[in-house]
Design a protein around this ligand. Sequence first.
Ligand SMILES: [Zn+2]
Length: 163
Amino acid sequence: MAGLLPAFLAVGATSSILEMTPPIRGLALASLRDMFEEIHNGHPHEAIDILEPRGTPVRAVVSGTVRKLFLSTPGGNTVYQFDEMGMYCYYYAHLDGYAQGLREGMRVERGDVIGFVGSTGNADSRAPHLHFAIFELGPEKLWWKGKAVDPYPGLVAAVKRAK
Ligand SMILES: [Zn+2]
């Protein structure tokens, strides 16, 4: 255990995690379950799955930059988005597709639609969902190499603020 506080609380008020809005409009608390430490497909999940109908718009949770659009075998269509400070990377996976015109290096504002819920990659086609993760970036700011942070407390707070 690395202390009692989640990393994002230890970072303080500069953390973009504290300013997130929900990735799905109208998201209910009941749709969130802390599955960060579960094992999925033999790997630590280190993310939250949010089940939604296919095609539901997925929105940027913070303002920042689209760092990478990546087609991954497990993740399918994915977006790696950096926050303004380049401190955290927000990861959205299994997307059915990207918002029209979305491209790497592009600025997005919190709440902008970046893609749509789907089941690309290794997701069950009968259970489309958003796989959402947060990575704390190291000094090199490499999109593929961050330290996973549990998104659950930040998502719960975002949903409560959105009410
Ligand atoms: Zn997942």
